[in-house]
Design a protein around this ligand. Structure first.
Ligand SMILES: Cc1cc2nc3c(=O)[nH]c(=O)nc-3n(C[C@H](O)[C@H](O)[C@H](O)COP(=O)(O)OP(=O)(O)OC[C@H]3O[C@@H](n4cnc5c(N)ncnc54)[C@H](O)[C@@H]3O)c2cc1C
Length: 454
């Protein structure tokens, strides 16, 4: 049972000085990276400490208000919004508190770029990084956090030693595998339903100095899948992803991305890294980069999309996991019905295998197989036309139903409406644990209303 480490009487908090109702601040939090859903809160709250967050929760409870934490607002369907409620802007809680040889204590509003900068100074890195590093620590821990090293190290939520959380009923608690473990399990990949993370202790690993990155291209989905399975099984790469890219001529390009880490002069042997693979070798792109350049590679795409305006278009993404045993068939069926326009010229369909044994976060739902494939429609439309967005959202719903009926599972960073029955189905055997935790830690059901989950 959880113990309250803050034994102060409930006081009337001075939250009002931290609340903003300025049109500019409200407009910012009424939008997100999806640019699809808009919900107007009463106010934006800017905490300077976890105590402020706890005070806000009590204050909002007394007024019957919903509350959503917002990290960087890179959700795609209003999940960090609170209609007529309060949005907590977590960006001010962004301090790296401590870096030790194996761990870092950091505020949950910090971005992964801030985490990485502080770690790299000491030759360290988080074991798992998302492709894009301008996401907040709390924002990715609320969903899981998957990256190219997940096949080996799991999710970001699997590389977490402890969390400081403010629960829905305003308690400040620390949780880990050994302390308040039910809260730890309910908050990691818990979609912000049971508490607001204010601080995280992240596991760190030694950072490689350099990487050798391979982009290998394939004639079709089958040959890509075969080689993805081969390199997953033999572990020749330290980072593995794959993607189906729009070719610009109505033809897909099938890409394996493998990265080998190295230090100093111990340059990996290129030939053995690609030995036995059936890619179109002459099309292969091989680069040698500092580790920091490699993990920040997405920033170049962001700059491009900001300059061509596509960063600001709607992003009706659909992110899922396919069962490994039928991933190629399901992906192939879906690809048959898609064209370049479904993802846009700079979009992609992420497709690669990961071992499920590495992923142990209880609320992250996965097909029950030893290998699953993230299968993500990363849609970056070239226009902001409303009819097209509505069509893509409707298609997301149909694709979700198709994938679900084939044994696939949603990664809940997706843009389409989910009913409570959908969520109950999604969490399956974990539903009763999750709803019990919700009752225990957020009894008034105030938190993260954007998921429409409870
Ligand atoms: C360009 C881009 C690339 C991406 N790449 C990856 C990737 O490689 N791997 C991957 O796994 N995901 C990826 N994502 C998805 C991303 O991880 C999620 O959308 C994540 O939730 C965004 O973080 P954020 O800080 O913007 O969160 P927000 O959008 O601000 O919030 C997301 C959810 O988390 C909740 N939340 C935020 N902060 C906290 C907190 N401190 N405590 C409790 N709940 C909180 C919010 O209430 C909301 O429900 C990507 C997204 C984008 C836009």
């Amino acid at each position: 049972m959880a113990t309250d480490k803050r034994a102060l009487p409930d006081r009337d908090p001075a939250v009002s000085t931290l609340l903003s109702r300025s049109p500019h601040d409200l407009a910012e939090v009424m939008d997100d990276f999806g640019h699809i859903v808009r919900r107007r809160p009463q106010a934006v709250f800017r905490p300077a400490s976890a105590r402020d967050v706890a005070d806000l929760m009590r204050w909002a409870a007394g007024r019957g208000l919903k509350v959503a934490a917002r990290g960087q607002g890179h959700s795609t369907y209003g999940r960090a919004m609170a209609e007529d409620g309060i949005v907590i802007d977590m960006r001010a809680l962004n301090v790296v508190r401590q870096v030790l040889p194996d761990r870092m204590v950091v505020d949950a509003g910090a971005t992964w770029n801030v985490v990485l900068d502080a770690a790299l100074v000491r030759g360290l890195t988080p074991a798992v990084l998302t492709n894009y590093l301008e996401l907040s620590v709390g924002g990715t821990l609320a969903i899981g956090g998957i990256g190219g090293t997940t096949f080996r190290y799991g999710l970001q939520t699997d590389n977490l030693l402890s969390l400081d959380v403010v629960t829905g009923d305003g308690r400040e608690l620390t949780c880990s595998e050994n302390e308040n473990s039910d809260l730890f399990d309910a908050v990691r990949a818990g979609l912000g339903q049971c508490g607001i993370m204010t601080q995280a202790t992240l596991r760190l690993a030694r950072a490689p100095e350099r990487v050798r990155r391979f982009h290998l291209f394939y004639a079709d989905l089958h040959s890509l899948t075969v080689d993805l399975r081969t390199v997953l099984a033999d572990g020749r790469f330290d980072y593995l992803q794959g993607a189906i890219l729009p070719g610009g001529t109505g033809v897909w390009r099938y890409q394996l991305e493998g990265v080998a880490f190295y230090d100093g002069a111990a340059v990996p042997d290129e030939r053995s890294l690609v030995a036995g693979l059936s890619d179109q070798r002459r099309a292969a792109e091989v680069s040698d980069l500092a580790y920091i350049e490699d993990v920040r590679a997405f920033a170049r795409l962001e700059t491009l999309l900001r300059s061509n305006g596509q960063w600001f278009n709607p992003h009706p993404w659909l992110l899922t996991f396919l069962p490994g045993s039928s991933a190629e068939r399901i992906a192939g069926d879906i690809l048959d019905g898609l064209t370049d326009a479904d993802v846009g010229p700079f979009g992609r369909i992420t497709y690669y295998p990961v071992f499920t044994a590495a992923m142990r976060t209880p609320l992250l739902r996965l097909p029950d197989e030893s290998i699953v494939f993230p299968f993500n429609l990363v849609r970056i439309p070239a226009s902001d036309e409303a009819a097209q967005t509505a069509d893509l959202i409707a298609r997301n719903r149909l694709l979700y139903e198709h994938i679900r009926s084939a044994g696939g599972i949603l990664y809940p960073v997706s843009a389409f409406p989910m009913s409570r029955d959908d969520w109950r189905d999604h969490f399956g055997p974990r539903w009763s644990f999750f709803s019990d935790a919700k009752r225990r830690y957020d009894p008034l059901s105030m938190l993260a209303p954007g998921y429409e989950l409870f």
